[in-house]
Design a protein around this ligand. Structure first.
Ligand code: PMP
Length: 377
């Protein structure tokens, strides 16, 4: 059997990691500012994480969601505390797409409606409903139900107001990333999120904050929506939640009432997943990683803005998009192959930085130095 060839593979094979550094099979060291697409939140092989997971695996790795799992209760309590949403409720699943899928189902059970408002540039995952709300026709298969999704321009107050005037009580949910990730690191404005909040209140629609990429402290606040001073009805999270262990969840406002069998999954919230997510929260809290993300992020942004070749620097905290002109399309490759620094990308020519939240100033400087060399070569 061979692999189903869907990923344009980079030939480098990473075999080891520590903090923000990784090594390939030839022993070459790399600075990791990509974190496997915003997944590595507390650094590779963090000792507390390794200890927690090993300890859990030695006790029990999995049982069943029909039996009490204390780790789920501990995780819910800790998440409420660290995110500041103590009265919210937690449902656990396995991936970002699954979290969004469940959030929209919850919304639809709640108000009995079907129509979903999504935005140009959005990415919400590849399951049926999540991919229908993703602005990329190439990855939407004929079987995916798209009739009920309305795409609006991002950050356009008037278009949003008009959509509610047109569809009013048909609208089930507004699904929005606090900062678009795949779309090129584009933060939603505070005014836009505030208008979503007030229109959802007025029309009994559900505000779903896709925090899969921008959440779990990455923006410098737990949810980037916190910058706008609004509470979403449902937050979806994954990626950084498990620092590499597949775990995802939705944080659900108190007004939603569960009934048995409403949502469910075999693997979601298993003992290991809870140990991973809990240890990540413990490190975020103990090491003040949201503060570090905010300050190192602000430093990087300020320094990057000094390069005259850079068109725009966008984002918040350690979720940074460096928008470069077309003629600088070689930068990402040179950072990797000449300077051994992993970064991400977005179209048309945006370099995405999604490092661990405990990135040091020395590593930020290492990147800035290499970036300057590539630009000025
Ligand atoms: N939402 C957002 C904002 C994402 O960036 C992603 C992944 N890139 C997803 C959802 C889907 O997450 P997963 O790949 O874990 O299903």
């Amino acid at each position: 059997m061979k692999l189903f060839d869907v990923y344009p593979l980079n030939p480098i094979e990473i075999v080891k990691g520590k903090g923000s550094l990784v090594w390939d099979n030839n022993g070459q060291e790399y600075l990791d500012l990509y974190g496997g697409h915003a997944v590595i939140s507390i650094g590779h092989t963090h000792p507390h994480y390794v200890e927690r997971l090993t300890d859990q695996l030695n006790k029990i790795g999995f049982y069943s969601n029909s039996i009490r799992i204390r780790g789920q209760e501990e995780l819910a309590e800790k998440l409420g505390h660290v995110s500041g949403k103590v009265d919210y409720q937690l449902f656990l699943c396995n991936s970002g797409a699954e979290a969004n899928e469940n959030a929209l189902k919850l919304a639809s059970f709640y108000n009995g409606r079907k129509k979903v408002i999504a935005f140009k540039g959005a990415f919400h995952g590849r399951t049926s409903l999540a991919v229908s709300c993703t602005d990329n026709p190439k990855i939407i298969a004929p079987v995916n139900e798209t009739d009920h999704v309305v795409f609006l321009p991002h950050n356009d107050l008037e278009a949003l107001q008009d959509a509610f005037t047109t569809y009013g009580n048909e609208i089930c949910a507004v699904l929005i990333e606090g900062i678009q990730g795949v779309g090129g690191i584009r933060p939603a404005t505070n005014e836009f999120l505030q208008l979503i909040r007030s229109l959802c209140d007025q029309y009994n629609a559900v505000y779903v904050a896709d925090s899969v990429q921008c959440g779990y402290g990455r923006s410098g606040k737990f949810y980037s929506h916190d910058y706008a001073g609004v509470n979403a009805d449902v937050y979806t999270m994954a990626k950084g939640m498990g620092n590499g262990f597949p775990v995802a969840g939705i944080s659900i406002a108190p007004k939603f009432k569960p009934w048995h069998g409403m949502l469910g999954t075999t693997f979601g919230g298993n003992h290991l997943a809870c140990a991973a997510a809990l240890s990540v929260l413990e490190v975020i809290e103990q090491d003040h990683l949201m503060g570090n993300a905010a300050s190192i992020g602000a430093y990087l942004t300020e320094e990057l803005n000094k390069f005259k070749q850079v068109r725009e620097v966008r984002g918040r905290g350690l979720m940074i998009g460096i928008d470069l002109p077309e003629e600088l399309s070689h930068v990402k490759k040179e950072l990797l192959f000449k300077h051994h620094i992993f970064t991400g990308e977005a179209k048309p020519n945006v370099i995405r930085l999604l490092p661990a939240l405990n990135l040091t100033k020395a590593h930020a400087d290492q990147f800035l130095d290499a970036f300057g060399q590539v630009l000025n070569a």
